[in-house]
Design a protein around this ligand. Structure first.
Ligand SMILES: Nc1ncnc2c1ncn2[C@@H]1O[C@H](COP(=O)(O)OP(=O)(O)OP(=O)(O)O)[C@@H](O)[C@H]1O
Ligand SMILES: O=P(O)(O)OC[C@H]1O[C@H](OP(=O)(O)OP(=O)(O)O)[C@H](O)[C@@H]1O
Length: 221
């Protein structure tokens, strides 16, 4: 049985915060600092640590199948995918909110309590469907993969469900938030089998990280 620990980390905004946090418990991977590298797997042989750089939405899949023992991923992705993963820690970085938003022009005459049938564009169809079902609102979902704020501008949907951090993207596209669905932060996730087979190393990592996680939510820009 391998005594290496493999991490799946998202290539985007969460990567740096994750490596900074792991660095505080002595886990590092200097190979990752090579400028312009196109490598996807990095190793620190002395520490028996491997880091895979993957798409944020693919992190739970690599961890679920055991290709990675540990992952870091936004709660938005976990809510959307609903995979069977152990989620021991809220890492408190990567803060943003999952919201319902609409054009400012629509808001003036709109009352969300009167919605009965609406069309929504989103990267998060499962979360969106559950949210509106719980409110008794019928929703026609349009799945998009990015630039969600474009949808109302071109008449694809009246409303969107998307992440908001600074609010800059909504503002630049003349949109406003109307409801908050969830507050989002990054989470540590662990493969359930690894938790048993590599129990000592994984619990050392979890126990080491836990006291280092600040109460202050870090806003990502
Ligand atoms: N302003 C923000 N916009 C999007 N995600 C944010 C924001 N702030 C924090 N996050 C968190 O960062 C995570 C990853 O975002 P990132 O931009 O790296 O990936 P992505 O490009 O959205 O995903 P993918 O590469 O799978 O399409 C999100 O799932 C969310 O939890
Ligand atoms: O409130 P803000 O700070 O402006 O951030 C919110 C924006 O950031 C994310 O998009 P991302 O940059 O991931 O690009 P995407 O639209 O291609 O998903 C999100 O989907 C919003 O569009």
């Amino acid at each position: 049985m391998s005594d290496w620990i493999t991490f799946a980390l998202p290539k985007g905004r969460i990567m740096q915060d994750s490596m900074e946090l792991f660095g505080k418990i002595g886990i590092s991977c200097p190979e990752m600092n090579e400028k312009g590298t196109r490598k996807l797997v990095f190793e620190n042989k002395e520490q028996k640590v491997r880091v895979m750089a993957v798409r944020a939405t693919d992190v739970p899949t690599y961890v679920e199948y055991g290709c990675a023992d540990i992952g870091v991923v936004g709660k938005d992705t976990l809510l959307e995918q609903g995979k069977d993963l152990y989620e021991p820690l809220d890492l408190k970085f990567g803060y943003c909110r999952l919201v319902v938003a609409e054009p400012k022009a629509l808001q003036a005459d709109d009352d969300p309590t009167n919605w009965s049938n609406i069309r929504v564009a989103t990267k998060y169809p499962n979360v969106t469907e559950r949210y509106f079902a719980s409110k008794g609102v019928q929703v026609e979902l349009i799945k998009l993969y990015g630039s969600i704020e474009l949808a109302p501008l071109v008449g694809l949907s009246e409303r969107i469900v998307d992440l908001v951090s600074t609010g800059g993207t909504l503002k630049a596209n003349n949109m406003v938030e109307v409801e908050t669905i969830a507050e989002i932060t990054s989470r540590l996730i662990v493969n359930r089998a690894s938790l048993k087979t590599k129990h000592k190393r994984i619990s050392e990592i979890i126990d080491g990280l836990e006291p280092l996680i600040g109460d202050d939510v870090k806003i990502s820009m």
